[in-house]
Design a protein around this ligand. Sequence first.
Ligand code: IPE
Ligand code: IPE
Ligand code: MG
Length: 236
Amino acid sequence: MSAAAPKAGEPAPAVRHVAIIMDGNGRWAKKRHLPRVVGHQRGVEAVRAIVRAAARLGLEALTLYAFSTENWRRPEEEVSALMGLMKRFILSNLEEFASNNIRLRIIGDYRAMAADVVALIDGALARTAGNTGPIVAVALNYGSQDEIARAAAKVATSGRAITPETIASELDTADMPPLDLLIRTSGEVRLSNFLLWQAAYAELWFTEVLWPDFTPVHLEEALAEFAGRERRYGGR
Ligand code: IPE
Ligand code: IPE
Ligand code: MG
């Protein structure tokens, strides 16, 4: 993972890859005495503007945490509402992504999800596979520990030595630029099993803003702060 790291002490280069833990939909709804699912609906609506902004700001990759391996623990009703929203998100955004040269990716073990979701995703991935622009990776049934274990198992099965490089080459993010900036909304200050490996030297940015209220202005604020940080990668 250190391969693409610039030298210590050099000014931060342009940000290439931003990831976001889109948290706080439930609290957004609760504050308004609305059902949680309304918070999730508004959360999905917030995504479109952020994807547009990411492309406009020249990011090479944007990774969005949408559903974790632990989110299955939520009530069945909430899980199925989230699955419905996921499908609607893909259906209503696919043409825009496709015509704006966006490459849609999924990270996480999405093939373990319901057959209709898998089929929809496979169609969407194929639809943008020939594009050459920014990658928008959606983390679905994603857990970093699961991802690292899957990668290690692939390396072991192939008979290669287990090293940081071989594991990194089998992660779901293998062909994406190194993670520069990891954002979490809603005031929680933890990673919740997201990109643990990739975040080794990422800059972290936390905001109290709840995800449905997160706008491109907040993304630009995070990027402006990132630009002023000095990344050292353990050097001096
Ligand atoms: C994030 O919002 C969306 C998902 C985890 C799917 P939450 O539903 O976690 O909202 P809070 O944390 O309860 O406010
Ligand atoms: C992380 O949020 C997962 C997503 C945003 C998809 P959670 O709300 O599930 O995380 P915890 O439970 O607060 O750590
Ligand atoms: Mg949450």
